[in-house]
Design a protein. Structure first.
Lengths: 334, 334
């Protein structure tokens, strides 16, 4: 069997066994946005890593070096945010072609540092190696979260409300605008491009919401809303019912969808890379979570559905009709 | 300017500025074998990362998947050993071709886990992504070391004795045997191959030596003895005088050198990838360090020179004659 047949998630399941040999400090190993280790002074340590490969995650024809750097830091910070945590330290590995201009690496690092500055992350080490064929960046990030506040994917319970921060589908719309250039309204293009290359990891938002003590699970939307809903459903042993009309989609995203004759809901459901947070919340705490986040930074938080028992499966209400919501989203190797 | 002109170490110097924005917890950022963070209960946290790229660090024509996995873990564990530390947790990123067979990844992971088991390292997370052109593995490792025991590259002082663990040049000899196959005595080939693909990070050795309290600096020999001597010299602001006759070289390495008409001393000085430790030690503690390590695991520790004032530069005594020892060793991009 090759990896294409097995898929990314099948591979992860297969490799997990036997990985933790000294479990004393390991609260959560492989299987959430970040690993969780016992820490100090009431805090847990969070650790996560993400690798970005040229022509898979980015191409030099559409992204600037600065944007590649910024995004690499942002997607890692987002993993820490998805645990409720504060990002702190980063290690960066870069595989670069020997012919690469030094200025390119300067800009890439400036993107990394700029996102690091915005979210309080130090770059404390790394590795730089040559790679004759493709550029690769890996970032490993450390953070911390209060023991009682750590949010896992497995805490959603029937009756909880499904929330998302910000809006969805913009990063996917940007892909169409970047790879099939057409005359596009400049504001719509600028919005989508920023959504794609400078996602805002929702650290301020999640940190503002934690004191409300109503959140039960969190996941960041990297592979697409539906993919993450399935992930949380599986981890928590629950089902979901989503309301299509409630899913927040920006006007610019709708504008691009119309131009490319796409359904904006498809962008939002399956597009991925928005790096918003999917949250589940006790129903009596939704208003307080929304207010806490709005007060802290103005980011909207939208209820888009509900957690239901696992037997009800994963469905979506479109035009008043409840339909099965098929799985989908980005899966490496497939 | 391109990276080939600047070189790996020039690039690292250039990227360092502005990387640490919240210095509170950072004892040592970029510039040693591992980053050092303030920790808990009298321990410091160590963090390091190493990336291995297909056809740069390994080729599938000479290495098995298991060997690639084992070596990836070993070189990272070695970075923790070079700080005096105990390795604990690893995050692994894998970029793989979709056509890759699943069994290959199983074996690679079994190599990672096997080395992890030997040195007490959990695999707590990672990332798996597709890479159409070249396979890449990145490992980020966490460890800990007692605050007062942490060994940096900058602690060497004139009068200290230069020590190395084990023997040198075997990994370099293996490269000749692997890439220029000739009829080679099987024991010599097996020895060199093991040195190349299953280096033994010197964790037991350094942990046994620490209670003697005589070591002043440490570095692991990844880029070659001379390259690491230069690194420690620069970090500590000292010079070195090496004794060529004292440098430990295994009989198998000498045998391969003869067969490939190479100077075994060249292998030992410039070959790299032996992952032995270069240590500097107060002269009155050398015997106790040797005894502590021999008692713990039998590994020989050999005095091969002395730390001198920076003005004396870096020299080597060969056949009774003191000569300048030119810099050299592996440098990515060049």
């Amino acid at each position: 069997m090759n990896l294409k047949s097995l898929g990314e998630f099948g591979l992860i399941e297969r490799l997990k066994a036997g990985c933790v040999i000294i479990p004393d400090k390991v609260v959560m190993g492989i299987g959430d946005d970040a690993a969780v280790l016992k820490g100090e002074n009431g805090y847990l340590t969070l650790a996560s890593t993400d690798m970005l490969v040229e022509d898979v995650h980015f191409t030099l024809s559409t992204a600037t070096a600065w944007e590649i750097g910024y995004k690499t830091m942002a997607v890692n910070v987002s993993d820490i945010a998805a645990m409720g945590g504060i990002p702190e330290q980063a290690l960066i590995s870069l595989a670069l072609r020997p012919e690469q201009q030094v200025e390119f690496v300067d800009e890439l690092y400036e993107g990394l540092r700029e996102c690091g500055r915005r979210f309080g992350v130090n770059i404390i080490g790394g590795d730089t190696v040559s790679s004759p064929r493709a550029m690769v960046i890996n970032l490993a990030i450390l953070g911390r979260v209060e023991e009682e506040a750590c949010l896992y994917r497995n805490g959603a319970r029937p009756g909880d409300i499904l929330l998302v921060t910000g809006d969805l589908g913009g990063a996917a719309a940007a892909l169409d605008a970047l790879f099939t250039p057409r005359p596009v309204p400049p504001e719509a293009l600028a919005y989508a491009r920023k959504r794609h290359f400078q996602p805002t990891p929702r650290v301020t938002e999640i940190r503002a919401a934690l004191p409300v003590k109503g959140l039960t699970a969190a996941d960041d939307i990297s592979d697409g809303l539906v993919a993450e809903v399935y992930t949380v459903a599986q981890a928590s042993g629950v089902g979901f019912i989503l309301e299509a009309d409630a899913i927040p989609i920006a006007a610019a995203t709708r504008e691009l969808a119309a131009l490319y004759q796409k359904d904006p809901l498809e962008y939002a459901l399956y597009g991925g890379e928005d790096f918003e947070l999917l949250l589940t919340c006790r129903p009596d705490k939704v208003a307080a979570v929304q207010k806490a986040i709005a007060d802290a930074c103005g980011t909207p938080v939208t209820p888009i559905g509900q957690v239901v028992p696992a037997e009800e499966g994963i469905t979506i209400v479109i035009n008043g009709e409840r339909r099965p919501l098929p799985p989908g989203g980005y899966n490496h190797f497939q």
